[in-house]
Design a protein around this ligand. Structure first.
Ligand code: SF4
Length: 366
């Protein structure tokens, strides 16, 4: 039996099954540094340490040992199916008959880094920036399409001392196709320490990045709150409506509100960069996510929109006004159509992603 085992990013994240299979194995085959994490599990076993670049040799060795009737463990860091040894193994097994094998998953760098950053993942693309086996143009194409599609993007192997071009290209492509204010999470493991940093996309190129750094690029909805990076999923939340909301919407339903900017209003401008006052009271209230800079007032169950100027942007109003006019005819409709309103908000944030809506970027030290 050959077990292709992912041991995760750190020993404490290894699965019980991975540990069991390592203990049961007669032969351990691994890239040398991975063995540091599992020294206590491999005592007394035949251990074949190999270097970086010897991947095919590791697989051939494993097959040779399996043919001798031994239980073999091939060790990958992270998950064996994500730039690990599983893909190497499956590339050549057709050459052999009667092999018994299994793949044991592990915690990959993307999920490990995400847990250190908060909750930055939603639909995502994991892209290795190593161009050792992949043409640079292929890497660039994938980054560009993932950026346009608004995927959260995770970069593995971003940069080494001799290989900087893919990283520089990635920064350029992302800045061309995504808002430069987008939050970016950077996670490095140094010994037993995990170092976590968050920067803006426009500053990524100047960060201290190396080969084993994991980088997570947020999407149009990603924000930073209390030092954590969050990409919301858009669940419906509840909060009491601000007073006067009902009064405002009575007029709205009767076609009595003034569209566009209302400089005659005694409160104008009630938000920074207020272009449009059509939705004096937001039809999506409470959106319940900080992507446009709203926030909960702690311990009060009140959603505060003071710092959100998104709903007062001309392009945003253009996108949502018709839907509200056609679908919302009573205060009850706001609740009945809430999921549609929240989806419209997500779609509109994407369409207006290059607008300056003061994305929440609340680091602890700010
Ligand atoms: S005003 Fe902004 S923060 Fe408030 S509910 Fe509307 S979109 Fe959300």
């Amino acid at each position: 039996m050959i077990s292709l085992i992912g041991i995760g990013s750190k020993r404490e994240h290894m699965t019980l099954k991975a540990a069991d299979r390592i203990k049961e194995a007669d032969v351990i085959i691994a890239y040398k540094p991975y063995l540091e994490h599992i020294e206590d599990l491999i005592e007394g076993k035949e251990v074949l340490r190999r270097g970086m670049g010897d991947e095919m040799e590791r697989v051939e060795l494993a097959i040779e040992k399996e043919k001798e009737g031994k239980k073999v463990a091939i060790i990958s860091s992270g998950d064996p199916g994500i730039y690990g040894m599983a893909n190497v193994y499956f590339q050549i097994i057709d050459k052999y008959s009667d092999l018994e094998f299994e793949v044991i998953p592990g915690v990959t760098a993307a999920t490990y880094a995400a847990s250190a950053l908060g909750a930055p993942l939603h639909d995502l693309a994991i892209i290795s920036l190593s161009d050792l086996l992949t043409p640079l143009e292929e890497i660039e194409r994938k980054i560009e399409h993932a950026a346009i599609a608004d995927m959260v993007i995770v970069f593995y192997n971003p940069k080494s001392k001799t290989r900087v071009e893919p990283f520089e290209s990635a920064c350029r492509i992302l800045n061309e196709n995504r808002n430069p204010e987008t939050p970016v999470g950077i996670v490095k493991t140094e010994g037993t320490d995990t170092i976590v940093e968050i920067c803006k996309l426009k500053d990524l190129e100047n960060q201290d990045i190396h080969m084993s750094t994991t980088i997570i690029i947020g999407n149009s909805l990603t924000y930073v709150k209390k030092g954590k990076m969050i990409t919301p999923r858009g669940y419906k939340t509840k909060a009491e409506l601000p007073p006067q909301t009902e009064e405002f919407y009575e007029k709205f339903f009767n076609g009595e509100i003034r569209e566009g900017q209302n400089t005659d209003c005694e409160y104008f401008p009630c938000h920074e960069k207020q272009e449009n006052c059509t939705f004096c009271y937001c039809p999506i209230y409470p959106c319940g996510d900080g992507a446009t800079n709203g926030k909960w007032i702690t311990d009060k169950d009140v959603w505060n929109c003071k710092d959100c100027n998104w709903i007062h942007n001309d392009k945003v109003v253009d996108e949502i006004l018709d839907f509200v006019k056609e679908n919302i005819h009573s205060m009850e409709d706001f609740d009945r159509k809430k999921k549609q309103l929240l989806k419209l908000r997500r779609a509109t944030i994407y369409k207006t992603r290059n607008e300056d809506y003061q994305r929440c970027f609340e680091l602890d030290d700010e």
